[in-house]
Design a protein around this ligand. Structure first.
Ligand code: 3SK
Length: 520
């Protein structure tokens, strides 16, 4: 484990330390054409903490954040943390009913939210059982006035004290929650502790990414998602580097333009985004990048190769989880095996086990268990789910993997995405990888569908590259193409061409939506 003092406040470590060590004037965040220094973010965070205290927030109480990537996110997160309160960043793309669930589940008394997001959900206020105050970023600019419940973020900050003493939290106190949504059931609040972020920095960001104070990190994945949260906030803040915060949707053109504008050194994306960026006909200057990272789903080998050829930068694919906070298996610069997730990140341990919990033979597929000290303490108020997932020092990831003789891990899909075809396991990721190697295919997703005998067979949903048209000939060609690469029972029985795949906000294919669509 990382050696930290018993009394430890993560906001002092990730933010105030830079002022104490003479880095206050360095740029912490680039946002909408402006640069914000560490000193500015630290002062804003102090004002947020003081303002929350004035609203009656005390240690251990939750503060919900529905904020776009911005300095306001950073200040709200660290301000709440410094006060000893527990910030809960939430997905900014949810439906009103989802927010009713999340806000009542975490029992936040204060919500910090951007005006445009608040406007879409403010009608839920009467159904929020614990919420007392809403602090709205951009309230007055949107033509609205403060009242007893709603405060304008900027005015609220101005009224609050710029001085704040860090709460005497311990390294093992609750620090923040992130909600993890599986394919079924309600989202689960992962309770993370003050020491968790330092663990990810010491074992992943520093040794694997070699992150240092000259870096500028740009994450297309948003801060509310565990992946983006490390990439765009606490990784750069661990070393006094800079982050680019982009509040909009990460469409390929916008992402390219942001890279040209801010010249980041590390870019963090997802396989779907890399595929869409490669599909763009225009050429862009990505020469500022020294490294790219991918997570969210396994990165097909073909995308890795095409990106490398076009831009000359390696993508380091890895896997993390909201429960473990960040990446625990990753490729390394100069040692990438395209199509594999890489090797275990030192500081973490892995076991691949069968249904009975026994370790499988080398090279065999099984369920991945991970051990490492960035894992959430529990799921909030979900005792059974906690017991199922967090098994002593080990955590069940729900992913299937094989490990090769050189120690590289190869993703097989989610435990519940695997298909059994003719009694044999078929990994959707493997078939998708084979389809993606065809020049006509931009994206592919495989789900199980029942044939006329109620037997499960692979069904493919495919987004074509813009210069290809759907046709029966192409269907047959793709089936033959897969059969030439994989055992023929793995080839899709049916192929459907679609204009886009249903995706989660965090870049994962929503296979359950496709499974539903495949039902007769
Ligand atoms: O999806 C992933 O692989 C991931 C990576 C880092 C942090 C969190 C997640 C879910």
């Amino acid at each position: 484990t990382v050696s930290l003092p018993e009394q430890f406040n993560a906001a002092s470590y990730f933010l105030d330390r830079h002022l104490a060590e003479g880095r206050g004037e360095r740029t912490a965040i680039y946002y909408e054409g402006n640069a914000y220094t560490y000193a500015q973010i630290a002062e804003q965070a102090n004002r947020v903490g003081s303002g929350l205290s004035e609203l009656g927030i005390e240690m251990e109480q939750r503060v919900a954040l529905i904020l776009l990537d911005s300095p306001a996110f950073a200040a709200s997160f660290f301000g709440a943390l410094k006060l000893g309160a527990v910030p809960v960043p939430m997905n900014t793309m949810l439906r009103p009913d989802d927010y009713i669930y999340l806000l009542n589940d975490c029992r936040a008394k204060v919500l910090c939210v951007h005006a445009e997001l608040w406007r879409a959900i403010r009608h839920i206020l009467p159904r929020l059982l614990y919420l007392r105050h809403v602090v709205v970023v951009g309230l007055e600019q949107s033509g609205e006035r403060e009242n007893a419940t709603c405060h304008d973020f900027e005015l609220w900050l101005r009224r609050a004290s710029p001085d704040l003493k860090a709460a005497r939290t311990s390294k093992d106190d609750s620090a923040f929650w992130l909600y993890s949504s599986g394919s079924t059931g309600f989202p689960k609040g992962c309770v993370h502790l003050h020491h968790d972020m330092t663990y990810c920095c010491e074992y992943y960001a520093k040794p694997i990414l070699q992150i240092n104070e000259r870096d500028i990190c740009f994450s297309a994945s948003k801060l509310f998602f565990a992946y983006g949260f490390g990439n765009g906030l606490y990784f750069p803040f661990a070393v006094g580097a800079s982050a680019v915060h982009y509040p909009g949707r990460p469409q390929p053109e916008a992402v390219f333009q942001a890279i040209e504008q801010y010249r980041p050194t590390i870019f963090f994306g997802s396989p779907a985004l890399y595929a869409n960026m490669l599909a763009s006909g225009k050429s862009y200057d990505l020469s500022s990048l020294r490294l790219c990272v991918s997570a969210g789903e396994a990165l097909p080998a073909d995308i890795w190769r095409r990106w490398q050829q076009r831009y000359g930068v390696e993508i380091l694919d890895g896997i993390g989880s909201t429960e473990i906070l960040h990446i625990f298996i990753s490729n390394r610069t100069g040692e990438v095996r395209p199509g594999s997730t890489g090797k275990i990140v030192p500081g973490y341990e892995a076991r691949i086990v069968d249904e009975r919990g026994a370790e499988v033979a080398p090279g065999e597929m099984g369920t991945l268990l991970i051990r490492g000290d960035s894992t959430a303490a529990c799921y909030w108020n979900k005792h059974e789910k906690t017991l199922d997932t967090m098994r002593g020092r080990w955590i069940a990831t729900g992913d299937t993997y094989t490990q090769d003789a050189d120690g590289y891990y190869w993703y097989g899909g989610r435990v519940d995405d695997m298909l059994k075809v003719n009694g044999l396991w078929v990994s959707p990721a493997e078939v998708e990888g084979a389809l993606m190697a065809h020049p006509a295919v931009l994206q592919a997703a495989i789900v199980g569908a029942a044939d006329q005998d109620e037997l499960i067979k692979p069904r493919a949903y495919i987004v074509l590259q813009s210069d290809h048209e759907p046709s029966e000939t192409l269907v047959n060609e793709l089936k033959t193409f897969v059969k030439a690469r994989l055992a023929s029972f793995k080839a899709p029985q049916w192929i459907e061409f679609v204009s886009e795949l249903p995706m989660t906000a965090t870049g994962k294919i929503q296979r359950f939506v496709l499974r539903e669509a495949s039902r007769p």
